[in-house]
Each structure stands twice: as C-alpha cells, then as structure tokens.
Design a protein around this ligand. Structure first.
Ligand SMILES: Nc1nc2c(ncn2[C@@H]2O[C@H](COP(=O)(O)OP(=O)(O)O)[C@@H](O)[C@H]2O)c(=O)[nH]1
Ligand SMILES: [Mg+2]
Length: 380
C-alpha cells in the first residue's frame, strides 16, 4: 500500500535542511498500479517546474526539450516512459521513435556487486572523474527488488551528493516497475533518451539478485563487477557465474589496513580470470583495485574501459554485440507480452484451477496439461 507522504518528506535526504526549490529531484507520489503485475508502487519523479506544468507537452515539445538537454523536460519524458498508464504508452513510443536516430553514441557501462561493495560510491567517484574530463554522465539504476521486498536493495536514495550537483551529470533512480522485465524496459528506454540528450557515458548500477545481472549485461557494452575482500567467500559459486559475464573486476576498498589484502585478491582474480571464458570475444578481463572513498585507482579502470571500447570497435565486436542486443530486446518484449496475455486470458484463468487439481491428483500428465492450456489460449 502506498503510504501518504508528508510534504517535507518528499525532499531527498541529501538536500540541505534550508534548501528551497533549487534542487531538481524530489520524491513525488507516483503512478499507481500497473501492467507489470505490481499492485501498488510509488514512482520517483523529478520536480516539475510550474511553468512546464501549465500545459500538456506534445511529442514535439518533448523532442525539442530532450535534444536541448532541458532537464525538466527530460524528467517529464522519463516519467512518461515509466508510466504504467496505457494512454502514456503511445506518446512515449512515438517520442522514442523520434529520438531513435540520435541514440547509440554513448558507451554503456553496467556495474554490479553485492550490497555494500561500494557501487554507488564508485559511481560517484567515476562520474566526477568523467565530468572533470569533459564527459556528460548519466547514472541509472536497475533494481528489481521492489516487487519482492517492497524496498530498494540498491538502497541509494541518490547518495551521490557531489555528482548530483554537477551540471554534466544526470542521476535517475530505478523505475518502480516491479518485475525485472518492466524495470529493464523502462531503463532501456531511459538510456535511449539520455543518449539523445547528448550523454556520452551511461553508468547502470544493479545488484546481484536473480536475473538482474544477466539483464543488465544484455543492455550494456562493458560490464564491471565490484568485489570486496573478506566478504562472501561463501558466494564463490555465484561469483563464478557473474565473473563469466564481466569485462573487468574491481576490488574496492583498497585502502588502510585492507590495501594489502586487496592487492593479493587482485592477483588471485587475475589468475582465475585467465581461465574463464571471456564475456566479450577477444577481450581478456583483468582485475583492478581501487578506493572509491579516497578516489584512488579510478582513472586506471576508466582507461581500461576506453581500451575495451577501442579494441572492440576495431574488431567489430562492439557493433555486433549492440545489434544482437537490439534483436534480443525485441524478443524479450514479445515474450513479456505473451506471458502477460497468457496469464490474463479469460479462458486460461477459468480452467487453471481445474487443471491444477487434475495435475496434483495425478489424473493428467504435465505435458497434457500444457497442451490443453495452449489449446485454450489458441482458440481465443
Ligand atoms: N573504506 C572504504 N569504504 C568504502 C569505499 N567505497 C564505499 N565504502 C563504504 O561502503 C559502504 C557502502 O557503500 P555504497 O556505495 O553505498 O555501496 P553499494 O551498496 O554497493 O552501492 C558505505 O559506507 C561507503 O562509505 C572505499 O573505497 N573504501
Ligand atoms: Mg548503491
């Protein structure tokens, strides 16, 4: 259930007490309910300035605003994309079609790691480094946790205080789409929008729960796994799978007493990486250390990302992966739709209890049950 929020609780926690309206972000009560299967969820939206609230924006207005990197309009466009209301869907899709020719020019970097590994701290440090070097950086999050835990696992109500004040940075929390498929679709479309607005680096934070890493891998060029020493040796099994998705490993918190351990871990991981199947053809992932907190080792990992971009562009792997990702995305959208249609199909809903009963009583085989369901689905 959506809790009614007090007006002052809508301010992000990083805004100074005495701040007026000069901050672009504010937590608003959002769109309720939706096609993603979420009962109720709140959407985090950007504050809309009174002047732009006055009128409904047309697709032309959105398009012009985004191409001019107008942040108020960008925020409204993302809200449109994230909306679960069907009347917003057509307008959002028309807008995306207009933006399509201007997309694709950024480097897309996915960042994963267990909660507390320092992803957000690292993103802020890297983002600042990039802004200082003349890049425009958009930070997005893909957090599928809300449907299960009703709360964010990424847990960062934008603690990137410094980065959020940068003119050339744009930070967007995870859409509250509920199911991973919905969250991912919205994030992907937001990525297109950011690219059209001229952002050259997209940083996408996610967390290692279930499918989310595989999903984010399928939307980025470079995938970075952030690890820390001494945590989660018991997760080793899981880590191998994730390690086979990544293009580099970054051992964070290499500072103070932990520095020596981090260096040793780096050597160990480099050995392991050497034997794993690389995630990207022709690219051998390497391990790095950094201290996101003390801003050490940030340029090394960025240089690695730039080398990756150059090497894969030269070999053609970069463009090939993007093409495949686009095709895969279309199939994912179709599969999501089919799934929804199946589950919402009246005939299926009616027969389901009976089929389940027959199944558990052992009267029909699973294959028979599936065939019967599909037959009902096919005959309208
Ligand atoms: N010592 C040290 N602490 C760090 C470093 N990076 C992050 N932290 C701390 O680790 C905690 C979790 O960081 P956060 O960025 O929120 O992790 P996330 O959950 O992966 O996004 C915070 O208390 C950070 O201050 C680092 O490089 N060194
Ligand atoms: Mg975080």
């Amino acid at each position: 259930m959506v809790k009614k929020m007090e007006a002052n609780s809508k301010k992000p926690e990083w805004v100074p007490e005495d701040a007026k309206d000069e901050y672009a972000t504010k937590v608003l009560e959002g769109v309720i309910g939706g096609h993603d299967g979420m009962m109720y969820s709140k959407t985090v939206a950007h504050t809309i300035s009174p002047s732009s609230l006055r009128k409904q924006l047309t697709v032309d207005d959105y398009f012009e605003g985004i191409m001019n990197d107008d942040r108020t309009i960008m925020a409204r466009a993302i809200t449109l994309i994230e909306s679960n209301a069907s009347r917003h869907f057509d307008q959002a899709q028309e807008l995306l079609l207009r933006l399509l020719p201007y997309t694709g020019k950024s480097i897309r970097v996915g960042i994963t790691g267990v909660p507390g590994a320092g992803k957000s701290t690292f993103i802020e440090a890297l983002g600042m480094h990039l802004c200082r070097n003349g890049y425009k950086v958009a930070v997005l999050a893909v957090d599928p946790s809300s449907s299960v835990t009703k709360g964010s696992i990424l847990g960062d109500k934008t603690r990137m205080e410094e980065l959020s004040r940068e003119k050339n940075a744009f930070i967007r929390p995870s859409p509250s789409g509920g199911m991973l498929g919905g969250v991912a679709r919205k994030s992907r479309e937001t990525m297109m929008l950011c690219e059209a607005a001229g952002f050259d680096v997209l940083l996408i934070e996610t967390v290692g729960v279930g499918q989310s890493e595989v999903t984010v891998r399928s939307m980025v060029d470079f995938f970075l796994l952030i690890l820390i020493t001494g945590a989660g040796d018991e997760l080793q099994g899981m880590k191998k799978g994730v390690m086979e998705l990544c293009d580099a490993i970054l051992i964070n918190k290499a500072d103070g007493d932990n520095k020596i351990k981090a260096m040793a871990a780096k050597a160990d991981y480099n050995k392991i990486l050497h034997y794993l199947r690389p995630a990207t053809e022709g690219w051998v992932p390497q391990a790095y250390t950094c201290s996101a907190l003390y801003n050490e080792g940030i340029s090394d990992i960025w240089n690695n990302i730039l080398s990756f971009e150059k090497a894969t562009n030269d070999s053609g792997v970069f463009g090939e992966r993007r093409k495949n990702q686009t095709v895969d995305w279309v199939f994912t959208l179709v599969m999501d739709q089919l799934n929804q249609r199946f589950l919402n199909h009246e005939g299926i809903k009616n027969i389901m209890p009976q089929i389940k009963k027959e199944l558990v009583e052992g009267n029909i085989s699973p294959t028979h049950a599936a065939t019967r369901l599909l037959n009902i689905f096919d005959t309208k």
